[in-house]
Design a protein. Structure first.
Length: 352
């Protein structure tokens, strides 16, 4: 039986606009699974997007338009996600109340939780329903996004005749993909390291309990390798990922990696410590790593050693179907970790 809300027409195209590249993913339903229609990425000009802010809308629009044309995507309905300083994700503990009352309470009291003027933000929330028979309080996840930033993205996408119908948050898109790939969600830290930001989302029993964006990313390493060895950006990138051999540069590279990756690990450990202090009886079982930074040579092993957790490189396509003649399995495996957020958006059915 074909359920209308599972038809491929209802799925949006996932568009992940990072500071280094735009990633696009289109899926369709295939029986009880998803099938990959097409996917790809394109590098953005330096500075076009910075900390979630659209600095050069024209350049980003041109990149997305070209990518859609190259991938022959006809579906105009898209979802995108935001992150950075313009988005606040906060968990608040409130008395249990009816849905209408909860909405009224949040709209009237939101300013005490959010450091922005309430008139300047789009507000959304979700009752996590953590109340029990003995506890008459519940956790509510509150999300506020600056209208100015969101509107810039909406206008840019509309300028190339796309129809934005979903605005997500990076961490929740990541959670979406993970929950599809691993239906039995336990206590896990999802860490996505992009070019200029790291997103951490810790789930406990399928509920997001720690969510944060941190302004560090894998571009730091590339830039340090560039200046240390007087390389072009592409050469430094290849050296970082182990595509070209380090040879006599190895000792210096290790020193650069050690300093920067230690900073990443400290941020991750801070989030893990916060989680453990609030959930002492539910220890984390593993850490799942995605984003371009997950490919940095040796980082996953270093992280496992420093956190004493099992670290897994996330493959968002592990449970999805694909046509090997259309999409090279090796390419799919290689790009997988970078496509986690775009895939999380692409799973979402359009409500329009």
């Amino acid at each position: 039986m074909n359920l209308p809300f599972l038809s491929q027409d209802n799925l949006v195209v996932g568009v992940d606009i990072g500071s280094h590249a735009v990633k696009v993913c289109q899926l369709k339903r295939a029986d009880n699974a998803y099938s990959i229609v097409t996917l790809g990425s394109v590098t953005l000009p330096e500075g076009a997007v910075d900390d979630g802010t659209l600095n050069d809308a024209e350049a980003v629009a041109k990149a997305i338009s070209g990518l859609f044309a190259n991938l022959k995507i006809k579906n105009k309905k898209v979802g995108f996600s935001i992150s950075g300083y313009s988005v606040i994700v906060k968990k608040v503990n409130l008395a249990v109340m009816e849905e209408k009352k909860l909405e009224e309470h949040i709209m009237s009291e939101a300013e005490q939780y959010i450091p922005f003027d309430i008139e300047d933000v789009y507000l959304d929330y979700q009752d996590l329903k953590t109340n029990t028979d003995t506890i008459e309080r519940t956790d509510v996840m509150l999300v506020a996004a600056k209208k100015e930033i969101v509107d810039d993205y909406l206008e840019m996408l509309k300028s190339i005749n796309l129809i934005p119908v979903i605005v997500d948050v990076d961490g929740f898109a990541l959670e979406n993909t993970y929950e599809y790939s691993y239906p039995k969600v336990d206590n896990v830290a999802l860490v996505d390291i992009g070019a200029s930001k790291m997103n951490i989302n810790i789930l406990s029993g399928g509920i997001s309990v720690v969510a944060r964006d941190i302004v560090v990313g894998s571009r730091q390493l590339t830039e340090q390798l560039q200046s240390s060895f007087d390389l072009e950006f592409e050469e430094a990138e290849a050296l970082k990922l182990g595509i070209i051999p380090a040879e006599d540069k190895q000792p210096q590279i290790e020193k650069i990696f050690s300093t920067t990756c230690t900073q990443w690990v400290l941020e991750i450990k801070k989030a893990i410590d916060l989680y453990h202090s609030n959930h002492p009886d539910a220890p984390l079982q593993k850490l799942v790593l995605s984003g371009g930074g997950s490919k940095v040579v040796g980082f996953a092993d270093f992280l496992a050693k420093e956190t004493s957790l099992e670290v897994e490189i996330f493959n968002p396509f592990a449970k999805m179907l694909s046509n090997d003649k259309k999409i090279d399995p090796e390419y799919l495996k290689n790009i997988g970790p970078e496509m986690a957020i775009a895939t999380g958006i692409a799973i979402r059915p359009s409500v329009f």
